[in-house]
Design a protein around this ligand. Structure first.
Ligand code: F6P
Length: 376
C-alpha cells in the first residue's frame, strides 16, 4: 500500500512527538497504511533527493535501506534520512519534548527546483501524502508543495508562538505556557526575598500571545507585547511609575513579562529585557525617588520554553490533529489543507484560509482580563 510520509520542520514544538506517535499508530492500527518518517525536516528530504539524484539504482538502494532500517534501527543511524516507522519507533515518546525525527530550518526550500526534486523523490517512493508539522514558514513550504504537486499535503500547526490566526491553538503552546508559569513561580520566590523587579523575556516572534497567556496563567503583574506598538522612553517610564506606585502601597516585588517581538522607538539592537531593565533602574534611582535601592534583574528565558515534558493538553490536541489529518488523507474528494482548532472543534482548513474573525482567546480579550485580574 502506498505510504504516507511525515516530517517535522522549523523550530521544534512540544507535542510533535505525541503527534508522530498518533499519526503512526492511527496509520498502522486503524487505517493499515504504512508511514515513512523523514528525518531533519525539509532538509532531510532534500538530502535524500540529492543522494538519489534521479538515478534508478540509487532509488532502489534507498528503498532497500528504508525497509532494512525500520523503526528504532533507522532512528539510531545518523545517516538515514527516511525510515519506515513501526509501533516500536513511537513507543514511549508521547510526553517527550523535541521530535524523534529531528527538525531543521531549510532556506534551500525557497528554491522551486529544490522543491521539485523533493516532490520527484516522494513520487518515486510511491508516497500518497506528506504531513508537515511546523510553524508559519514550514506551512508556507507545505502550501507551495500542494500547489506544485499532485501529492496530498497536510499541514499541522506546531509552534509555541501561537501566531497562526486560523487556529485557536497550535501544538506546543500549552506546554510552553506551562513552562513559563513554572519559570515565573521560580522568579517570584527570589523576587519576594529581595524585593526586586524581574523582567522576563519570552519567545513568540512577532506575536505576544505566548507572553499574554503566560501572564494570565501565572499572575505576572505586567505583560508587554508587540501588538501595543513600539515602546517609547515615555511608555517605559509610565510602566516604572506603575511599579513604584505599587511599591508605595506595600507591594514587595513585580514580575514583568516582555515578548521578544516588542520593538522600541527609537529602535534598539539589544534584547528588550535589558533595555527595560536599564530604563526601570534609571527611573528608580532618580534623585529623590522613594525606592532608590529597588533592583531590577533581567532574564531572557530562551529555548527552555521549547523543551520539557509535553502537557496532557498538547498530547490530546496532537491526537485530535492526527485524526483530522488521516480523515483528509483518506477522503478521495478531500483536498490539501491544514489541521486547525476552531470553536473547540478539530477540523481541516484550506492552505491560505482567512484568519478566524475572533479567536476564542483573542489578544484583546486576554489583555482586558489580565488588566482586570492584576490591578495591583
Ligand atoms: O518559532 C519558534 C521560536 O522558538 C520563536 O519563538 C523564536 O523566535 C525562534 O523560534 C527561535 O529560533 P531558533 O531556535 O532557530 O533560535
Amino acid at each position: 500500500d502506498s505510504p504516507v510520509a511525515v516530517l517535522c520542520s522549523g523550530g521544534d514544538a512540544p507535542g510533535m512527538n505525541a503527534f508522530l506517535r498518533a499519526i503512526v499508530r492511527l496509520g498502522l492500527n486503524r487505517h493499515k497504511v504504512p508511514v515513512l518518517g523523514i528525518r531533519g525536516g525539509y532538509r532531510g528530504l532534500v538530502r535524500a533527493a540529492k543522494q538519489v539524484n534521479g538515478e534508478a539504482d540509487e532509488l532502489v538502494r534507498l528503498k532497500q535501506e528504508i525497509t532494512a532500517n525500520t523503526g528504532n534501527r533507522g532512528l539510531i543511524d545518523a545517516k538515514m534520512s527516511i525510515i519506515q516507522m513501526d509501533h516500536a519507533s513511537v513507543s514511549g515518546i508521547m510526553g517527550k519534548g523535541g521530535t524523534i525525527l529531528g527538525s531543521a530550518r531549510c532556506l534551500d526550500f525557497h528554491k522551486p527546483e529544490v522543491r521539485r526534486s523533493a516532490i520527484q523523490l516522494l513520487e518515486n517512493l510511491g508516497v500518497r501524502a506528506l504531513v508537515v508539522a511546523g510553524g508559519d514558514g514550514s506551512l508556507t513550504g507545505a502550501k507551495l508543495l500542494a500547489e506544485e504537486s499532485n501529492l496530498k499535503i497536510i499541514g499541522v500547526p506546531s509552534t509555541i508562538d501561537n501566531d497562526l490566526q486560523f487556529t485557536e491553538m497550535a501544538l506546543g503552546v500549552d506546554t510552553a505556557v506551562h513552562t513559563l508559569v513554572w519559570a515565573v513561580d521560580h522568579f517570584i520566590d527570589t523576587a519576594r526575598s529581595h524585593r526586586r523587579v524581574m523582567v522576563l523575556e519570552t519567545m513568540g516572534r512577532e506575536s505576544g500571545d505566548l507572553a499574554r497567556m503566560a501572564a494570565l496563567a501565572s499572575g505576572a503583574e505586567m505583560v508587554i507585547t508587540p501588538e501595543g506598538g513600539p515602546l517609547t522612553e515615555e511608555a517605559m517610564i509610565a510602566y516604572a511609575e506603575e511599579i513604584e506606585s505599587a511599591m508605595t502601597r506595600g507591594r514587595g516585588h513585580a514580575i514583568v513579562l516582555i515578548a521578544e517581538g516588542v520593538k522600541f522607538d527609537p529602535p534598539q539592537s539589544r534584547n528588550g529585557a535589558y533595555i527595560l531593565r536599564d530604563a526601570f533602574q534609571k527611573y528608580f534611582q532618580r534623585e529623590g525617588a522613594p525606592f532608590q535601592d529597588l533592583e531590577v534583574r533581567p532574564s531572557v528565558l530562551g529555548h527552555l520554553q521549547r523543551g520539557g515534558h509535553t502537557t496532557p493538553g498538547d498530547c490530546i490536541l496532537a491526537a485530535r490533529f492526527a485524526e483530522e489529518a488521516w480523515k483528509a488523507i483518506l477522503d478521495p474528494n478531500g483536498s490539501n489543507g491544514i489541521t486547525a482548532l476552531q470553536h473547540n472543534k478539530a477540523t481541516i482548513v484550506p492552505f491560505g484560509c482567512p484568519d478566524l474573525p475572533e479567536r476564542a482567546l483573542s489578544s484583546v480579550a486576554m489583555d482586558r482580563l489580565h488588566d482586570d485580574l492584576s490591578s495591583w
